[in-house]
Each structure stands twice: as structure tokens, then as C-alpha cells.
Design a protein around this ligand. Structure first.
Ligand code: NI
Length: 187
């Protein structure tokens, strides 16, 4: 269909609670999924939610690339998948911390704690129900995208404001910290 422009932090649509999509197979929802797919391919990300292209409906895309996968059996690479009206429920109390970015906050990263394992239910693009227990990056991406449907951005979940910054500086600082760790372990 078409590549849409991605709303950035400050646009009020990103802060709205999105409306459910009453019929996943309806033509407008199918067109929305295609627009999200085209926009994500152009932008180069691992997930996107409808409010990010200005459509306040509960529709998202998510994926996990091979490089991000961990060895948790409920984690791992995942092909790009559309979910409609997803509902998330944490399993257990474990949280995992990792750096996240967002297409609506370009050029920046923040360190965010997310549930390590969650159960997600929803509908797929063909209208079939979807249910899965996911962990690690699968769980992280889904929590990030479902937050978008509730008007929540990752910066709202920063525990430590000093763990937020421009991607290049964060990567440089993290690499320097790892180097320092290695030096210490040799001493
Ligand atoms: Ni995002």
C-alpha cells in the first residue's frame, strides 16, 4: 500500500489509548497492516504499532531477528507477525533489563526493565486467535508495542534517567564500560 510517516515524541496521537479493531479481517485493518509492514520495512525496525503512523487502533507488528535472540526456549527469532487486539499478562515476577529504542524517538536509547515472560493473546491478520508464552526479546518487543496501544512510550518506564541518551554515545559508553570490566578482571 504505502509508506507512512512515523509520528515522533510530542505528537498527541502517540499518547492516546487506541480503539480495538472490531473485525481483524475488515479491509481497513488489512490495509493498515500493509501500511505498517511497508513503513517498518522502510524505517528498518523490529516492530511498530498503528498509533505510530497516526491510526489509533489496536494493531501492531513484531519480529525478533536472529541476532537478538537469547537461549530461553520461549525466546528466539520470530518472523514479522501482525497482532490485532493483543492482551498481555505477565508470568512470574522476573524482569530483564536491556537497552531499547523506538522509531518515534529516533536516535535515542533507554535502559528498560520488562517482564521476562508473558502470555499474549490476540488475533492474527487472518482473524484466527493467537496465543503464546514468550520470553526475552519476544516478550520485550511485544511489551514495547502493546504499550504503544495504551499511549505509553519506553521513556515512561525509565527507572534511571541517567540510562537514557543518544544511541552513539550510549554504545560508546557501554563499550568503554565493558572494556573497563575486562581490565579489572585481568588485574
Ligand atoms: Ni516504539
Amino acid at each position: 500500500m504505502s509508506v507512512k510517516s512515523i509520528l515522533r515524541l510530542g505528537d498527541p496521537t502517540l499518547r492516546r489509548v487506541a480503539e480495538p479493531a472490531s473485525e481483524p479481517t475488515a479491509p481497513d485493518i488489512q490495509a493498515l497492516i500493509q501500511d505498517l509492514t511497508d513503513t517498518l520495512a522502510e524505517a528498518g525496525g523490529i516492530g511498530i504499532a498503528a498509533p505510530q503512523i497516526g491510526v489509533s487502533r489496536r494493531v501492531l507488528l513484531f519480529s525478533v531477528p536472529e541476532a537478538r535472540a537469547t537461549d530461553d526456549p520461549d525466546d528466539g527469532a520470530w518472523p514479522l507477525t501482525a497482532l490485532i487486539n493483543p492482551v498481555l499478562e505477565p508470568i512470574g515476577d522476573d524482569r530483564a533489563i536491556a537497552w531499547e529504542g523506538c522509531l518515534s524517538i529516533p536516535g535515542m536509547r533507554g535502559e528498560i526493565a520488562r517482564w521476562q515472560r508473558v502470555r499474549v493473546t490476540g488475533s492474527m491478520a487472518d482473524g484466527q486467535p493467537w496465543e503464546a508464552v514468550v520470553a526475552g526479546w519476544r516478550a520485550r518487543v511485544l511489551q514495547h508495542e502493546i504499550d504503544h496501544l495504551d499511549g505509553v512510550l519506553y521513556i515512561d518506564r525509565l527507572d534511571d534517567p541517567t540510562r537514557f541518551g543518544f544511541t552513539e554515545e550510549v554504545i560508546e559508553a557501554e563499550a568503554a564500560a565493558r572494556y573497563d570490566d575486562r581490565q579489572e578482571s585481568r588485574a
